[in-house]
Design a protein around this ligand. Sequence first.
Ligand code: PEP
Length: 239
Amino acid sequence: MTHPLIVGNWKMHGDGAWLDRVAAIAGAVAVPQIDVALCVPATLIHRAATIAPGLTIGAQDCHWAATGAHTGAISAMMLREAGAQVMILGHSERRAAGDDDAHVAAKVAAAQNAGLRVILCVGESAAERDDGAATARVRAQLIASLPERLTAGLTIAYEPIWAIGRGVIPSPVEITSVVDGIRSVLTARNVANARVLYGGSVTAAATRDLLARTDIDGLLVGAASLKPATFSEIIGAAI
Ligand code: PEP
């Protein structure tokens, strides 16, 4: 059995002063039964990876091209060179900012080509959920967000948009339906061993129940990863 994977997503939070938090989280996660990654802003990757070599540091986005005239963009290889080992892609906040499924698929390919482990986010909107279309929507989004060629090290994060930052978590039945749908896509793409995470308003209180499920391999944590004490509580509950 693989260890649960807990991923923190700091989004656009954190400057140099937050390296103290990276160090505190690195101290709290030095346990062998669990895999932890912290996806920090690009500006912190190099320093975070330097001060916390035992902690897996990740990025939150990349450009799909390996190099070129793309002012302001950062390639997957540049992020890897800075110290990133994993990369969140297709987060709903990036999709809302303009990434469509084809962009996401191209970014997944770029990140995998650069040797990064990808955490690919998928999730339905509140309206899609209300229409009873959550599973169909997530399956379609996942199919369209996967590049033609896939390498090992793929993780899918099921993140219902309506649950992110809202203090609500889908019912167990809803999670089962969508995660089954995700796994059927992974099986069809011959990557049945990919991990599937849940993300959206995860707290320490919810962690044990979520990880007691046999269909969820870990958690993607936003707001609750910003403070070492709360993130450590989640990690503690995951052990
Ligand atoms: C996220 O946006 O990836 C996320 C999981 O956020 P939160 O935990 O704050 O809902």
